[in-house]
Design a protein around this ligand. Sequence first.
Ligand SMILES: N[C@@H](CCC(=O)N[C@@H](CS)C(=O)NCC(=O)O)C(=O)O
Length: 328
Amino acid sequence: MGELIGGVWQRSGVGAVLSDGVLKRPPSIFRNWIGPDDRGDHGARAFGAEADRYHLYVSLACPWAHRTIIMRNLKGLAGLVGMSVVHWHMGDEGWTFEPGPNVIPDTVNGATRLYQIYQLADPQCTSRVTVPVLWDKKKRTIVSNESADIIRMFNSAFDGIGAKAGDYYPERQRAEIDEINSRVYADFNNGVYAAGFAGSQAAYEAAVDRVFDMLEWLEKRLLNRRFLLGDNLTEADIRLFTTLIRFDSVYFGHFKCNRRQIVGYPSLWRYTRELYRYPDIRPTVNFQHIKAHYYGSHRWINPSGIVPVGPDLDFGEPADSKPSYGER
Ligand SMILES: N[C@@H](CCC(=O)N[C@@H](CS)C(=O)NCC(=O)O)C(=O)O
């Protein structure tokens, strides 16, 4: 791991994101917004929606970046917004473009390390170097390194220039989506990291309690709803899915969230498989990058770097069938 301090890359350990043993995520520092044009109401944050102007840097391992890849597919933006994929291993140099299966090199800026993109945007940058990053080829800067914002932009900013129809943040459901997002973020998306990165037994146990309370709540909610908000897929589902799909393979073992597996919750398991089977979602899930990243990069948690073989899960089976194992 490492970070940029005053534009210079420095190696740092997990202690850099812990305070009294509790995970503290620094806020994302690039928070601009893409609107219909470079002028108008958008003021200083003005970035116009144009084909082939923006480029997305992602990791296939990362649940936050995964949201943006899914939204890019759902909105049919592959022809409008380019994409590079980092190597799964995040070591002393942070994310890199070392060659490997399903790595897509940076043909826009020719970077070999992701921190170089942050340096291009701000030579004095002080920040963690995280994925996803949305880059503007015209202004040669970072529009945003916050996945929650990037999926909102993808949802509507390109609608006038050829994006696929579909609104995953409908006006009438915004308050409910926002409320679910903030609960799911605190106790689940970030909750599994709070458990896995915890620097004390107490911080770990508190995080695990919250994770499983949240899973109980979600299980009940999905008992009589197809999606979190009812019949329509929204960004709340996409944000939940990217943590659910990693849970049994990584968070259960590596992050020690091991009370139960998702496969043991009938509604959550049905729901996870239903989302997985979307033609726009399934190709975005890469278990090789996911497992190799977590087990290989977090050596303070898994010193040998050995990547477990299992679990054998079949996400492709029809969503209405019974769990294949582990039902309690
Ligand atoms: N708030 C950010 C968080 C992104 C994030 O933490 N990404 C992780 C990968 S899963 C990362 O790149 N971490 C590198 C680091 O912290 O050094 C977002 O949602 O976009």
